[in-house]
Design a protein around this ligand. Structure first.
Ligand code: KG4
Ligand code: ZN
Length: 338
């Protein structure tokens, strides 16, 4: 089984060729960062237009790198949702056109399922989790804990009540004037600061709580900056970043380990763009080791948006006989079952 995966849910145009056992033969991502950077966030209309321009070259590049033609493929997987509707439609229409003209089977994939299954891609020497496991899926649009019993069988056991973790990183970066996307910029600045300089709140700390809330910590950062301005006090951007990051990382890592205990599983996974964060990776590693859990973290390129995870999730669904029809539509609000 060899599948072409297409991803266009947000601001990355991706195409990848992946086999049914998770070998990544090509994984091409074209980032739209320069298009959106000056607006401090993704502009949906510009995103759709940029996808239209890059989708065919990105697919061609993936096919060339894998040394494959359509005749060597067994199917096409495309992100059906969640995401920006105009962006999703570019990938979906392209996938449908290829499926129609080649006769290859098509399957629409849930982007969130793709993020979770990225832990099974064979690259970078990362270890694969054993079922059942709990995944922390933390990205720009979502933050949830997912119990995974089998590749196609996963449910949300806790999620954020307000902002996603990545969104909080992006908003704090904006408040500090660091730029977009905020995650990597806040992380880099935090390296020079003290995580103990400012005590930012950690929400929903009750013993068995598996929900998240990040709007409070974001507001606390805004208040701290305003107070410092009003008092004519200089603030250290590095300290603000380090202290904010410590609050978010502690909450995420603690709840991942807590969820594993409640669910009685031995394996835990980090996925989604925020899983690229080094402080989160190391804190989750420490807490998992203390709890006797085995932590699995995909390489950074498989944590942020990519098409390899979509191709792999699609390959499993195609192998199970699942097919989407040519009237497949975008599902901007798609979720995982709860
Ligand atoms: O999964 P992803 O690439 O796209 C979505 O599906 O949302 O996640 C993007 C999010 C952004 O909010 C970005 O700021 C965050 O992941 N992110 C990070 C880091 N790298 C990306 N957050 C914290 N630390 C990072 N190193
Ligand atoms: Zn994503």
């Amino acid at each position: 089984m060899r599948v072409l995966g297409i991803e266009s849910s947000c601001d990355e145009t991706g195409a990848a060729i992946v086999t049914g056992d998770g070998n990544v033969q090509a994984d091409v991502v074209h980032s739209q960062l320069p298009v959106h950077a000056r607006y401090g966030g993704v502009v949906p209309e510009l995103a759709s237009r940029a996808h239209v321009l890059s989708i065919v070259p990105v697919i061609r590049e993936a096919m060339a790198r894998a040394g494959t033609t359509f005749a060597d493929l067994d199917g096409i997987a495309v992100t059906a949702g969640p995401g920006l509707v105009g962006s999703l439609l570019v990938g979906i229409q392209t996938a449908k056109a290829i499926a129609w003209s080649t006769g290859l089977p098509l399957v629409g994939v849930n982007h969130l399922e793709g993020h979770v299954l990225a832990a099974f891609l064979r690259q970078g020497g990362s270890t694969r989790p054993r079922f059942p496991f709990v995944a922390l899926l933390a990205s720009g649009g979502h933050t949830s804990l997912v119990r995974v019993d089998a590749p196609g069988s996963m449910r949300t056991i806790g999620e954020t009540r307000d902002d996603a973790a990545g969104e909080a990183f992006d908003k704090v970066a904006k408040l500090l004037g660091l730029g977009y996307p905020g995650g990597p910029l806040v992380e880099a600045s935090a390296r020079e600061g003290s995580p103990k300089a400012i005590r930012f709140p950690r929400a929903l700390r009750e013993a068995d709580n598996l929900e998240f809330s990040f709007s409070g910590v974001k507001t606390a950062v805004a208040l701290e900056l305003r107070r410092a301005r009003e008092q004519g006090r200089a603030i250290s951007v590095h300290d603000v970043c380090a202290s904010f990051q410590a609050s978010v990382v502690e909450t995420l890592a603690t709840k991942l380990v807590r969820a594993a205990r409640i669910e009685g599983v031995g394996d835990v996974v980090l996925c989604g763009g925020v899983a690229a964060n080094g402080a989160l990776r190391s804190r989750a590693g420490e807490l998992a080791a203390e709890a006797g859990l085995s932590l699995h973290v995909p390489p950074i390129s498989s944590c942020t948006d990519n098409a390899a995870m979509i191709a792999y999730a699609g390959a499993l669904r195609l192998a199970a006989g699942e097919r989407s029809r040519l009237d497949l539509n975008a599902s901007p609000g798609m979720r995982l079952p709860s």
